[in-house]
Write a protein that binds this ligand. Structure first.
Ligand SMILES: [Zn+2]
Length: 214
């Protein structure tokens, strides 16, 4: 099997955005619908902007793997997965197309109103598995989504530590402890940094603060 059923006490509250990381759309599609593949998703969006609905969102798809976000563990239980066609870092990472942004915006609109998902809960695979995953990566532009992911946050304080900022961003406490460097790399991708390195800089701190509070 490559999917299972949702438990009654675990309801959908997140949308997780991925890239397929495969050489072609066909390969990705065939893998995602293969019952022996151990991976699946609810939606797949091609470069042309076509939305393929592969599983009903009321079914639990297996897209996130080992993952944590805020205080939740095993994010497949709580999420809808959207895969964007892209060869990914291993096979030739490409820009996402205008049509993909159009389609993902339409889909997010539809899903967030039907499942009552908050903007703050539309997240990336690299957020919930920072030690293992890079997708959708630094070529995916959060500001092209018609959402305000950090709109609920405001602060007059300027002296946050990096750990405090990572917590406010939403990383799981244990993951910050165990994978702090990976969490920082993940935020650098969200900020569309071209050079992804684990070193902290004043610029990063400033950009991170502005991402959250502006
Ligand atoms: Zn992924």
């Amino acid at each position: 099997m490559n999917y299972s059923f949702r438990k009654k006490n675990k309801t959908v509250k997140y949308i997780v955005i991925h890239y397929t990381g495969m050489k072609s759309l066909k390969k990705a599609y065939l893998r995602l619908i293969n019952l022996n593949s151990v991976v699946s998703t609810h939606y797949l969006i091609s470069k042309k902007g076509i939305i393929y609905n592969l599983l009903c969102p009321s079914i639990k798809a297996w897209h996130a793997g080992k993952s944590r976000w805020k205080n939740d563990k095993g994010i497949n239980d709580y999420s809808i997965g959207i895969e964007l066609e892209n060869k990914g870092h291993e096979h030739g990472y490409e820009n996402f197309s205008k049509k993909q942004y159009q389609s993902i915006n339409n889909l997010i609109n539809f899903l967030s109103s039907n499942f009552n998902i908050k903007h703050r809960d539309i997240i990336f695979h690299s957020d919930i598995s920072p030690n293992r995953k890079k997708d959708p990566g630094e070529k995916f532009h959060l500001n092209k989504l018609e959402i305000s992911r950090f709109g609920h946050l405001s602060s007059n304080r300027h002296n946050y530590s990096i750990v405090e900022l990572l917590l406010i961003y939403g990383f799981n406490k244990n993951y910050i402890k165990k994978y702090k460097k990976h969490c920082i790399l993940s935020v650098k991708r969200t900020l569309n940094y071209k050079n992804i390195n684990p070193h902290l800089s004043k610029k990063f701190y400033f950009d991170f603060y502005n991402l959250l509070f502006n």
